[in-house]
Design a protein. Structure first.
Lengths: 126, 295
């Protein structure tokens, strides 16, 4: 699992981490039961404060993405298929929000915008 | 002991000048705190109170649970200090100086010393008086950390270091936090470095504490909004108090804000605008932090 943080972006590092781990879980790169590196080792590897890593893990545990186990590495939790699907759609919507704004600013109607997205999806499939 | 330093109503006067003005502050154990402020804002004066080098004109301060005027051997051996103006013994070599200082500390960690000399690229045979300002800073840092301090105070520690050594030093500070459970207080103008490691920010302005907050909270609050109107021109000026700076031009505007999520939603609905929100980094928000209370 590759995690990348930009400490100079205004986005808090714990948010950058939760987003990436969530994405890795949704995309299937991380499967249920997979172990997540420890707070300590991630702090050393990414050069960020261990508190920040801990905060990200706590948030992901609260969301049911990770399971923290005392004295053992955290693992990815098993999730129901419908929950997983809903999370995937939510992540896509978040990514598309600025694109939707752009489409409105360009004066495109919804049909035109959706067909532009469809064209891109179909091009990438080939 | 939850806090390594506490100040209540701390005021420090030098004749007519008020250097610190009614400061209330608590510094949590095991955190890395960035102390920010413009020149002359009182940073160094505050740091000197931590070690009992200054005593308050009014108010109380305590370090590691002990009042500043009673700090003794037991507390002082737990503190490491890298001052801004480094004064060392010029005629010694780096190696001799390290041996000299280490003789005061039974717990001196020679492995750490050796590793840091190597990582920070400092030659033990060099004469202290002939060191460049950057190398002098490196020596002061090594002298301050090899006794495993519980509280490390760094006053502008990186200003003369090159980017490669700076990065290694930052990594080492994080290691101190992990390995020694140390508390680190660092004052610096190099905000890019501070931002990388700190979890808490204290900002001083004219001797007063104007910010005392988690870095993450600051990042969630301060942002640049690029605004586009849905219909027609925007008002020539926005009067919302969370708008700190604005540049309005026809249907578009660029605002700098200290906001909450709900403020953003309300603003979008009230003015019928799209908001593209870009969070600000520490360097970008710093001018807003030191300016805000007078605005």
């Amino acid at each position: 699992m590759i995690l990348v943080v930009d400490t100079h972006s205004g986005i808090p590092v714990y948010r950058q981490l939760t987003e990436q781990i969530r994405f890795h879980v949704s995309s299937g790169l991380l499967s249920p039961g997979d172990e997540i590196p420890s707070t300590r080792s991630l702090s050393a590897k990414l050069g960020v404060n261990p508190m920040t890593i801990s905060k990200a893990f706590a948030l992901l545990e609260e969301e049911g993405v990770l399971e923290r186990r005392p004295g053992l590495p955290s693992v990815v939790r098993q999730r129901q298929d419908d929950r997983l699907k809903a999370t995937r759609i939510k992540q896509l919507e978040d990514a598309l929000r600025p694109i939707a704004t752009k489409a409105m600013q360009l004066g495109l109607d919804p049909e035109e915008a959706v067909s532009a997205l469809r064209r891109l999806l179909e091009t990438d499939e080939r | 002991m939850k806090f390594v330093f506490e100040a209540t109503g701390l005021t420090k006067r030098f004749e007519q000048t008020i250097a610190l003005d009614q400061i209330d502050l608590k510094i949590r154990r095991q955190s890395i705190v960035g102390l920010l402020g413009r020149n002359g804002s009182g940073k160094t004066t505050l740091l000197r109170h931590l070690m009992g080098l200054y005593l308050p004109t009014e108010g109380q301060v305590s370090t590691l649970g002990k009042a500043a005027d009673r700090l003794d051997h037991d507390e002082l051996v737990q503190i490491g200090f890298v001052p801004q103006e480094i004064q060392l013994l010029d005629w010694m070599t780096v190696g001799q100086h390290l041996r000299y200082v280490s003789s005061f500390y039974p717990e001196w960690d020679r492995d750490r010393q050796k590793r840091l000399l190597n990582e920070l690229e400092l030659e033990p045979s060099a004469v202290v008086g002939a060191l460049s300002s950057g190398n002098l800073q490196k020596l002061a840092i090594i002298l301050a950390v090899c006794h495993h301090p519980q509280l490390l105070v760094l006053d502008e520690p990186v200003s003369d270091l090159d980017p490669i050594v700076r990065a290694r030093l930052l990594e080492f500070l994080l290691e101190l936090l992990r390995e020694d459970q140390a508390t680190i207080l660092v004052s610096s103008h190099v905000l890019r470095d501070v931002e990388k490691i700190v979890d808490w920010v204290i900002c001083l302005d004219r001797g007063r504490v104007i910010t005392d907050t988690a870095l993450d909270d600051l990042k969630e609050r301060y942002a640049e909004w690029l605004i586009t109107s849905h219909n027609g021109d925007l008002p020539s000026q926005f009067s919302e108090t969370f708008v700190l700076e604005q540049d309005v031009s026809g249907r578009e505007a660029r605002l700098l804000v200290d906001h909450s999520q709900s403020a953003r939603e309300d603003f979008g609905a009230t003015h019928r605008v799209d908001i593209h929100c870009r969070p600000l980094n520490l360097e970008e928000m710093f001018p807003l932090l030191v300016k805000e209370p007078t605005a």
